[in-house]
Design a protein around this ligand. Sequence first.
Ligand code: C2E
Ligand code: CA
Ligand code: CA
Length: 456
Amino acid sequence: MQEKMQRVISFVESYIHQLPRENHKRRQCFLLFLTGIICCTGGVGWSGAYIYSDKPYLAAMCSSVVTLGVYSLYTAFKGLRKRDVSVFSHLILFICIIISLTDYPITNIPRSSHTYLLVYSIGGMLFLRNESNYFKNYIPLFSLLLYFILSVSDISFTSEDFHPPVPIMNNGVYVNYAICLLLMFGILVIYRSDYTNEKYIECALTKAMIKNELFICYQPQIDNNGHVRSAEALLRWKHPTKGFISPDSFIPVAEASGLIIPLGYWVLEQVCRDMRIMNSHNINVKVSVNLSPLQLMEPGFTYNAQAILDKESISFNRITLEVTESTFYYDKKKIAMMMNDLSEKGVSWSLDDLGSGYASLNVLNEMPFDEVKIDRSLLKNGVNDVKNLVIIENIIEMAKKTGMSVVVEGVETEKMAQILFNMGNVILQGFHYSRPLPLDEFVAFMKRDHSFSGCN
Ligand code: C2E
Ligand code: CA
Ligand code: CA
């Protein structure tokens, strides 16, 4: 018994150890883990009770809860990707509605399953606050509305097959309320820690901009001839006591608080200053700058960007702006106008992180993109992942036909570089060539005589 307990403890410990380091994602995964355990045990328990009471339809319905549980556990271990947010939101809503409709109120036993809709609505509003309006507002609002309707009415399935026996309903009230309270408590505790952490980062980031704790690193991008064609500017924050803080932790906070607007201008200013220094060393490569959707939605962006570039005499032709597909959840028309405006001034546009989530290729057609960047997740399984390599090859083919260039991120080995170069015209970026380098190291890197092998 003690040995079994020890095995469970070491399993949980090893799970916690491999959770993402970023706090919000860490908590998200842990909540998914808990949801998975609750849904699997609850789903199996209720299915058993219904089979025992000769209600096969209800037992089958409860198996959908087990499916949700297994999916939660799967994502808790693998990490929540963008596509999972959509699957989860719809799956949970669907299951909550179906279960609430089987649970009709009778004398002395109120409906209780619909309380999950309330919990889901609050959880969605708090946890999906960085997602699009659809996920963070519309679906939670719809759930709240349903919760209200089911609270004041006795709508349910008309077929007797879908009505649970009275003793199960009686116990169900206690079980449902207990689980809802537990989930609500978990959601609020996690939200409180997230909120405190975000407020801390927000405050410290504001100071960091003034106290020179931020700087830019440049990661070279290599073309088919083995030459450095361009570089990506990546923001770095060296906190005096906490050390390096990953942009994956502070960029989302800056986006949520609106701080990304001044921070984005700071990045552009710093990049232009650095490019002037690069010019003085005869380094005239193009530089890619990451742009958050909120920056593009800012009415004065084109004007302000022009002023920043003019100040350092940098031409727009030397700048590529990288945006992700999430940019187009906002006002597409307004963003298209802004992008076309900047394109006319000479800016190149790059669609970042292609292949990371549910990126649709439609935006490539609708917006003036010059480049696509294939996400490094497509390379994570190495050279043996034939399926992903075929996907990359097709993207390269598609880009060639539409006149766009292709950058592949996350190249870590020479073998991978050769496979990709042999697929066609590509630009490669990754640790195999160089990590992102501070300006002085980047200048030294560029001055060295490189002998990268290009296309064979
Ligand atoms: P991103 O735009 O996808 O940037 C590429 C990330 O991949 C960088 O992480 C880079 O260090 C990492 N990387 C490059 N090559 C390799 C490789 O071979 N293997 C692996 N495992 N990783 C590689 P980093 O610097 O931590 O940046 C993370 C994200 O933070 C960026 O992802 C970008 O979305 C955001 N970010 C960074 N700087 C800025 C900025 O100035 N503005 C905005 N809005 N976002 C930024
Ligand atoms: Ca990028
Ligand atoms: Ca990327």
